[in-house]
Design a protein around this ligand. Sequence first.
Ligand code: A3P
Length: 287
Amino acid sequence: MSSEDMYIHYHGMIVPKETHSSESLTFAQDFAFKDDDVVSATYPKSGTVWMQEILPLVLTGGDLTPIQTIPNWDRAPWLEEKRLALVVDQLTSPRPLVTHLPYHLMPQSFHNSKAKVIYVMRNPKDVMVSSYYFHQMAGFLEDPGTFDEFMDKFLEGRVLFGKWTDHMKSWRCSELGDRIMYITYEELVQDLPAALRRISDFLGRNLSEETIQKIAKHCSFNTMKANQMSNFSLVPKIYMDSDKSPFLRKGVAGDWKNHFTSEQLARFTSVIRKELKGESFSLPWSL
Ligand code: A3P
C-alpha cells in the first residue's frame, strides 16, 4: 500500500486512514466540550495510552471497572478518531479524552469551555525510537525504513501529526493559564505516585495515599502490559502485530542511547535546537 492509501492529509499533517476519516476530523471540530471534560494532549508515542489508564482511575477515585472492562480507545477516546462518535453517548462525566491535535486545531467549544488539559511531553529522541518500532508493528502505517531514514522523516515532520517541535510549540505557547498542566513522561517513569498526586491535585481530586498507591499499581508498565483492555491484544494482528514489537515495548526513559550513533545524535540535536531557538520555554531534558 502506498502512503497515499494509508494517510489523510490534514492541515499539513498526515493521519492514518485506519483510525481517522474526514468525518471524524469534522466531528472533532464540531465536538461540544463540557466544562468538566479532561483532555490529555500528546504528540504520538509520548504516553497517550498511559493517560488513558491514569485519567479514568484518577477521575473515579480508583474504580478499576473502566480499565478492566473497556478498551483504552473507548474509555478515553481520541478526540479526532472514528471511535469517538460511536462511544460519546456512553461516556460519563467528567469525561476523559485524549488528543494528538496541536493546540491551534482544537475546536472552538474547547476554547469556550473550562475543560482542563494535561500535556504530556517526552524526550523527542525516545519518542522517535518508540515511533520507529510502532511503525514496524502497526500494519496501517508505512514501513519506517532504516532507523536513519526514519530519523530524516521525523525531523522533517513527514510523520503522524507533523513535527514534534511544532506540536510542542503550539501547546507550550497556549493561552490556557491554569487550565493546562505540563508533565513529562520521564516524571511518570521516575516517580509514578508523585506524578499521580500532581495530576489528582490539578483535577481537584483529593485522593488518599492509599488510593494513589492503588492507582500506581494498576497503571504500572507490567500491569498495563498484562491488561488486555490496554495492551492492544484485542486488535487483530494484521493491524497491530505484537510479535514484531509489543505496543507496551520497553516503557523506559533513555532507550535512545541504545539506538543513536554519535553522528545521528549531533544531527538530531542540531535540528531540534534550531527549531526551538528563541522560544520562551525551556526543555525539561538536555538534548
Ligand atoms: P516505548 O515504545 O518506549 O516502550 P503512546 O501511548 O503515546 O503511543 O506512547 C507509547 C509509549 O508509552 C511506549 O513507549 C509505551 O511502552 C509507553 N507506555 C505506555 N504505558 C506505560 C507505562 N505504564 N509505563 C511506562 N511506559 C508506558
